[in-house]
Design a protein around this ligand. Sequence first.
Ligand code: PFF
Length: 447
Amino acid sequence: MERENFGNRFGVLVAMAGSAIGLGNLWRFPYLVGSYGGAAFIFVYIFCVFLLCLPIFISEVIVGRRSRSNAYGAFKKLAPGTRWKWLGAVSVVTPIIVVSYYSVVGGWSVEYFFKSVTLDFTTGITRAEMGTMFGTFISSVWAPIIGHTIFLLLTAFIIVAGVKSGIEKFGKIMMPLLFVLIILIAIRAATLPGAGDGLKYLFKPDFSKIDATVCAAALGQAFFTLSLGVGTILTYGSYVSKKENIIASSTYTAVSDFLFAILASCAIMPAVFAFGLNPQEGPGLVFETLPFIFANMPLGWLAAILFFLALIVAALTSSISLYEVGVAYLVEERKYSRRGASVLVFLVAWILGILCSLSFGPLSDIRIFGQTIFNFFDKLSANVLMPVGGLLIVIFVGWAMKKNDVLDELTNGGTLKNRGISSFVLFLVRYVCPLAVIAVFLTAVIF
Ligand code: PFF
């Protein structure tokens, strides 16, 4: 059967940006900005995204497009008979771990969307009550598992429909909608009395706040938000046609992802300041602080519905990219039908996700290296597997692949006339990215 491709440049952009833009932008980025000092964090983050992580992103697309294979098959094809195939094997397993816990948080978004539609966030509710509501919900048994199941089923339906009529079509409708939603909420937040302090916090850097911890957090977030090191971008890269300009498409993706993260912060921080709340709320920001704000601001019910809808859409376009890695592997390497592969990935991610979900309640005593199951999955993938995977990918492209093959992909066989920028990208891939990634993580471990 012929391999599917994304239809055109817009199709590539919405799929890639769909993977990149997700809970990482709406949930993780704003609370990291809040915890690590506002504009100073954003400043370091810009450097991490565009100078260090964009070349890694480009490297993954190169491996995918050059091999036209799933994450495991790619290394077998480009480096036959070598140990690189182990990187492929890890790249197939990691996204299944990530999608299982990602889908649990996706399920929380589904629950909070229903709560906002049924107007559960009533005026007068206190911040503490909102915290208790969230704590009771995530530690209960059934409600979060139902949310996780609904979310994972939605993901599976899009995947079964295929690359072009599922992933690409969904992205073409949902990504523009997502931008409209977040702009509407940002406008509402920015026009609240007292919102100006929040904007100042986001855009006026205090450089004395930058230290090794801030750098490590910014780099970790840049990895997470660009979906790096877990075979996702590699797999999507394998559906990019030979005519596309890899550097341009990847840069557009990184720019959209960055803009979205900033818009998300503009939708959240001004409201936090307008209500005199603490920006350093951590992970509870989206599910505790924000619903409290929505409950107590004019037109807040509408903002709540739009926000949680945006959260579901953003999470879905990311989870399909994670899910696709396992499906592509099973179809191409194990000769499964697309439907059969989707069912198998569903079952594994569903069961692992249930364990993650229960680790907030009945299974909270089970510890792996001192962590609950959910936290262990999160830390293992974001702090270990993603950075190591990303590092190995740039080493593979920079040092194991032939230089001419890499330049051939970047310049489309010399037809693009972008030799200068391609050589610069290759320089970043060979020297700057590996050294900087190692340095940042070592410093974070030492200090
Ligand atoms: N980039 C996604 C986000 O920011 O929410 C998360 C993610 C998706 C990570 C896909 C890794 C991945 F392979």
